[in-house]
Design a protein around this ligand. Structure first.
Ligand code: GAR
Length: 219
């Protein structure tokens, strides 16, 4: 159980539409949370500007100082990230299009959730993000895709699944049309999953997440 409102540290690398959606749900009262800080791994990320416009504290933590001869030191990066967000006392770290794998210094200190535009464990992993996911889904000819919210671990797109929503693939879908419907699903399930966390209703049992009091009203 966390405090209400649940304090979030939101991590992003891109346009920030996931962060904006969370913020909109907070503002309209459907997510009992507040965004304490937004951290971007890219200083030019549009998501940073969108956070600033909304009066949210922002920080940048580039990958470059943690990369030597093309090898990224994820442990050192995660140490720096944990030190950066700790003063904001987050109850939960929410990845929102954050294109960096986290390591123990963050994962041991904080619960971390992620949203992914496919039905994991299919179509996840390093390099499988954003449009690449929808292109892969179409080229493999699957009939059903969707969105997944899960607790993050130290790999890309793995960890106990909290919520999923299925999205049918239509005959005339392009990566763009499919992305639009999957993003709509993401925008529904990510705030719901965080609200369940905030209410203390997620119980991890090994690789599985049980939703406590599942018949109770949700936010
Ligand atoms: C979202 O669609 C999210 O599912 C995806 O990145 C996008 C971020 O969009 N995340 C992953 O693919 C994680 N593997 P945004 O920058 O507009 O919020």
């Amino acid at each position: 159980m966390t405090r209400l409102p649940c304090r979030l540290a939101v991590l992003l690398s891109g346009t920030g539409s996931t962060m904006v959606n969370l913020n909109d749900h907070i503002l309209n009262g459907t997510l009992p949370a507040e965004i304490a800080v937004v951290v971007s791994s890219r200083k030019r990320a549009l998501g940073l500007e969108r956070a600033k416009e909304r009066g949210i504290e922002t920080r940048v933590l580039s990958r470059r100082p943690f990369t030597t001869e093309g090898i990224f030191n994820d442990v050192a990066y995660s140490e720096a990230l944990a030190a950066l967000i700790a003063p904001f006392s987050p109850d939960l770290v929410a990845m929102a299009g954050f294109m960096t794998r986290l390591a123990d210094p963050v994962l041991h200190q904080f619960d971390v959730v992620n949203v992914h535009p496919a039905l994991l464990p299919m179509f996840g992993g390093n390099g499988c993000y954003g449009h690449h996911v929808h292109e892969a889904v179409l080229s493999q000819g699957v009939k059903i895709t969707g969105a997944t919210v899960h607790f993050a671990d130290s790999n890309y797109d793995t960890g106990p699944i909290i919520l999923q929503e299925a999205v049918p693939v239509m005959e005339d879908d392009t990566p763009d049309t499919l992305a639009e419907r999957v993003q709509a699903a993401e925008r529904r399930i990510y705030p719901r999953a965080i609200a369940l966390y905030a209410q203390g209703r997620l119980q991890k049992e090994g690789g599985r997440v049980r939703i406590l009091d599942a018949s109770a009203a949700e936010f």
